[in-house]
Design a protein. Structure first.
Length: 156
C-alpha cells in the first residue's frame, strides 16, 4: 500500500488539471479504504480469533478463506491497474516538450514495473505459500496465506 500511495502522491504532484488531481485523490481514498477493509477482514476471518492458528476449536466460525483472498486479490488488481494507467491521462495534459514527457513517462513506468511484478504469477505460486525448511522464512512471512504450524504438515 505504501508504494502505491507514494506513486499516487507523485501523480498528484505532477498533475496540472483539477480533474486529474481529484482522480488521484479518489484512488488514494479507495486504496486506504481497501487496506483498512483488508485488515478488518483478516481480524474477523475466524471467531474466536485464536482459531486461526489453533485447530479443532469448538464453536469455530470462519469465513471461506479462498473467497476472501480472491475478493481481495481482485480489488488489488483493479487498484494496480488504476495506478498503471493513471500516467497516461496525466501526461497528455502536461505542456512540456516531447522529450521531457518521455523522460517523465520512463520515471513513472517504475510504477508499472511494480504492478507487473506484483501481479506476476511466479510470486503467487502455491509452492511459496507454505514454509519449507529449505526455503526462506521471508516467503512465509510475506505470504497472504498463513503458514502451517509444523513444516511436516505442509500439503505440498
Amino acid at each position: 500500500m505504501a508504494l502505491k500511495l507514494s506513486i499516487l502522491l507523485q501523480y498528484v504532484r505532477i498533475s496540472v488539471m483539477s480533474f486529474e488531481k481529484r482522480f488521484c485523490y479518489v484512488i488514494i481514498a479507495i486504496l486506504i479504504a481497501q487496506s483498512l477493509s483488508m485488515v478488518a477482514t483478516h481480524l474477523a476471518l475466524c471467531r474466536p480469533f485464536y482459531s486461526l492458528w489453533t485447530p479443532n476449536v469448538p464453536d469455530k466460525v470462519c469465513l471461506d478463506r479462498t473467497k476472501v483472498y480472491y475478493a481481495q486479490l481482485g480489488m488489488t488488481i483493479v487498484m494496480d491497474f488504476a495506478v498503471l494507467v493513471a500516467p497516461l491521462f496525466i501526461l497528455r495534459h502536461l505542456r512540456l516538450p516531447w522529450v521531457q514527457k518521455l523522460m517523465i513517462l520512463v520515471v513513472l513506468s517504475f510504477g508499472g514495473m511494480y504492478v507487473f511484478l506484483h501481479q506476476c504469477p511466479p510470486f503467487h505460486a502455491p509452492s511459496l505459500l507454505y514454509f519449507h525448511p529449505t526455503s526462506s522464512p521471508l516467503l512465509s512471512i510475506t505470504s497472504p496465506f498463513p503458514a502451517p504450524l509444523h513444516p511436516s504438515s505442509s500439503h505440498l
